[in-house]
Design a protein around this ligand. Structure first.
Ligand code: 0XW
Ligand code: MG
Length: 368
């Protein structure tokens, strides 16, 4: 089986109930890129990548489509049966740009799974669990609102709650953490995620003021070194997210002892195929982690679940998808939705979803 066509679509995903707020971003809509890959046997594979605005990381929607334009002509005619060789072929066509490669990798795996009649998770090594724990991310809202939303989501069944922090007076973050703790206690795991928005001094103030509260502090500062400087000053476990921009960064973080867990976005590793090395490295060092991506519709959400399903359950901290913020599914029948704070792995071959062509956006380029 070989690749004969690659089609690229762009779509604006308005944020339902937005804006979505983090320490450095306030977003009303997200620019997603959908890839449709076609084989000489008539199979179709779907891929997607949706950077969460142009500031969150060195990625943006136009960049994804430009990177795909650079690679796609060189991918036509390539075997559709060898994901690792496909990844190397992409690397031979364009340096870095893992996020754009992720959309192509997802489409490739969707098509390959359909060819073999198996799910993507089975291509990635096998399904360890069909039902996956989710987590809910609460934006930069008032302390009272944060506590109320947390209580509501815990009551719905979410086992983990993430509070956004940073980019505002740290005293507000301290109050939000305290009020949320008072509301939910140990009924759910609590993460405080500053998305690189704090100085080490601010993070220290937060942790000392909340030393009695067992939350995980996620990506408080901009660099791994700043985060690592907190290691022996705070009682809280540390997680790295944005600093893990590739397998080498994960190795460096583990060797440095910079964190106790990770937040992994599949597009930062070039997609599910690249994520398997990160998953297995973490298993070798018993490093818990979540599986997510920046944003995206059913295609990204399904890819996230197929990776998460292969992670050792003892290390699988949680899954996040942006489904709560998207007004319509690409696949109205099998779209990915959270249920009582958990996700169920799709049962169909490949990704297990079938996007409707009138929902995937505007065709921007075709390669054949
Ligand atoms: C909560 N998220 C998964 C959603 C946004 O992509 C940011 C991210 C995070 O944890 O940083
Ligand atoms: Mg994070």
């Amino acid at each position: 089986m070989r690749i004969t066509e690659v089609h690229v679509y762009a779509k604006d995903l308005p944020i339902v109930g937005g804006p979505y707020t983090m320490s450095h971003s306030l977003l009303h809509a997200i620019d997603t890129t959908v890839v449709k890959m076609v084989s000489d046997t008539g199979l179709v594979g779907w891929g997607e990548v949706a950077p969460i605005g142009p500031v969150y990381q060195p990625q943006h929607g136009l960049g994804a489509r430009a990177a795909i334009a650079e690679m796609a002509p060189g991918l036509i005619g390539e075997s559709a049966l060898a994901p690792l060789l496909f990844r190397r072929r992409m690397d031979g066509l364009l340096n870095s740009h893992s996020y754009a490669k992720s959309a192509l990798d997802i489409a490739y795996l969707d098509m390959l799974g359909k060819h073999h009649g198996v799910r993507v998770a089975e291509l990635l090594g096998g399904v360890a669990q069909e039902r996956l724990p989710g987590y809910y991310a609460i934006g930069l809202v008032s302390p009272d609102e944060a506590a109320a939303i947390a209580a509501e989501k815990v009551a719905m069944g979410y086992p983990r709650i993430q509070l956004k922090a940073g980019g505002r007076d740290v005293s507000i973050d301290i109050e939000a953490v305290r009020k949320t703790w008072e509301r939910i206690g140990t009924s759910a795991q609590l993460i405080v995620d500053a998305n690189r928005g704090m100085t080490a001094s601010e993070a220290l103030r937060l942790c000392l003021a909340c030393a009695d509260i067992p939350f995980t502090l996620e990506q408080p500062c901009n660099t791994m070194e700043e985060v690592a400087s907190l290691r022996n000053k705070i009682p809280h476990p540390l997680a790295l997210d944005e600093n893990t921009e590739g397998l080498a960064d994960v190795i460096r973080a583990i060797v440095m002892g910079a964190c106790d867990s990770f937040g992994f976005k599949i597009s930062r590793f070039g997609g599910p195929t690249g994520m398997t090395a990160v998953r297995d490295l973490c298993a070798a060092r018993s490093m818990p982690h979540n599986v997510e991506d920046m944003w995206g519709g059913d295609i990204v959400s399904a890819a996230i679940l197929h990776v998460a399903a292969t992670v050792e359950p003892r290390l699988m901290e949680g899954v996040w998808t942006s489904g709560n913020y998207i007004e319509e599914h690409f696949d109205p029948e099998n779209g990915i939705a959270v249920d009582a704070g958990h996700f169920t792995l799709p049962s169909g071959p490949g990704l297990g979803i079938t996007p409707l062509e009138d929902r995937i956006g505007t065709l921007t380029a075709s390669y054949a």
